[in-house]
Design a protein around this ligand. Structure first.
Ligand code: BGC
Length: 394
């Protein structure tokens, strides 16, 4: 009896061993299938992400300009030209899946060459205003190009928005991009030092536009770089943006004088039309702000940490844009100087408030305000800032 039980257990054991032995190839086969599957998927994702480079025209000096079209696996499309590092188009879906262009700009290079209020461009060497176009650094007086009355705005007469950048395409597993580089010579627009700049635009499969700014100098100089895209989450030239809901994570802002130069004060937004701590439509209190919004907000986040700075939601389309940055400030400009004289893409007229900018930056006129975070870059140091625009629908 005992022996019979023992042989039965032995048989069961053998059966188990044999089935395990037989299953090994099946397991390894399915594992290799999975490997092939994930490799195939990766390849498909990479195949779906595309960069196309095409001829965009010639500058007034006869230099050839390119236009890069980047598409991610979800179909989001970004167009960038190496003239001014301008974002000319960004196609993003609404809540029903319909794609629309959400940035202001033109279809042709010629229109950009004729002049425009910095649509989509890289701004530098110093984004925003420097009072009376001058500053003092290490006991030396520097005089910059005055291009906004007596003040210096967005890098001067020929800022980084009007120069030709060298471009290199980038393709990684989950993102594609264009790396732009430019050497701003010692004395350009009045600034000291040869400044070499790299701006990398990337479009990720998480529906983010990432901009990384890097710079190095051979003489001490102020540096403040940003991007000047005008957004309209309904589509450019469709209507104004006053219905967009805005949140800015800033308890304070920098009040300005008549010439839009900061007074030096950091003022609380509480009980003022500058309070966007809770989502609020752009139009709700805009009439209480003389000339409309054109102010730098002091972001709450810790110094240099990539953090959520602002969110914009457009209720009709459901399109939402979040802005994360390492920068200490953000300029909210409600497109006050757009007056309908510019006809943009597809002949659409850009009227007042038809686009808004959220320019991540250091505070305006920092070189003349020692109490503001420093914008001074010294030889041997590296300037690095990152801003991410993330898109989704609600
Ligand atoms: C400034 C505005 C200026 C505009 C030029 C913005 O960044 O804050 O004052 O008029 O750029 O387009």
């Amino acid at each position: 009896m005992k022996e019979e039980k023992c042989t039965k257990t032995k048989k069961k054991f053998n059966l188990l061993i044999w089935s395990l032995i037989l299953l090994i190839p099946v397991f390894s086969y399915s594992k290799s299938l999975k490997k092939i599957d994930s490799k195939k998927m990766k390849k498909e994702v990479i195949k779906k992400m595309k960069i196309k480079k095409e001829y965009f025209g010639k500058t007034n000096d006869g230099e050839e300009v390119d236009l890069f079209t980047l598409t991610n696996k979800n179909g989001i499309m970004l167009k960038i030209t190496n003239y001014g590092g301008i974002i000319t188009s960004m196609m993003v879906p609404d809540k029903s899946g319909k794609f629309d262009d959400i940035v202001l700009g033109f279809n042709t290079l010629n229109e950009y060459l004729k002049g425009h209020p910095y649509f989509g461009a890289i701004i530098g060497r110093y984004a925003n205003r420097i009072s009376k176009a001058k500053f003092l650094l290490n006991g030396n007086k520097y005089k910059l190009a005055a291009n906004n009355g007596e003040n210096h705005l967005h890098g001067g007469i020929k800022g980084f928005d009007k120069v030709l950048w060298k471009a290199k395409e980038i393709k990684k597993d989950e993102e594609i991009g264009v790396k732009l580089s430019y050497l701003s010579k010692d004395g350009e627009e009045g600034y000291p030092g040869n400044l070499s700049i790299i701006v990398t635009y990337s479009l990720t499969n998480n529906d983010e536009l990432k901009i990384k700014y890097e710079a190095e100098t051979d003489k001490t100089t102020p540096v403040n770089l940003t991007n000047h895209s005008y957004f309209n989450l309904k589509g450019p030239g469709v209507s104004d943006t006053l219905n967009h809901t805005l949140t800015i994570y800033a308890n304070k802002y920098t009040p300005v004088d008549k010439g839009l130069i900061p007074t030096g004060e950091l003022k609380k937004v509480k009980d003022t039309p500058m309070d966007f701590l809770k989502p609020c439509s752009i139009g709700l209190r805009i009439k209480e702000v003389k000339g409309g919004y054109d102010h730098n907000f002091v972001l709450n986040h810790a110094k240099g940490i990539l953090s959520l700075a602002a969110r914009v939601f457009e209720p009709e389309t459901g399109r939402t844009m979040e802005i994360l940055t390492t920068q200490p400030g953000i300029q909210f400009y409600s497109g006050n100087f757009l007056d309908g004289t510019i006809k943009g893409k597809n002949g659409k007229q850009y009227n007042k408030h038809y686009g808004f900018c959220l320019e991540t930056q250091h505070f305006p006129d920092s070189p003349n305000n020692p109490n503001f975070p420093s914008t001074i870059l010294k030889p041997g140091e590296k300037y690095i800032q990152t801003t991410i625009y993330k898109f989704y629908t609600q």
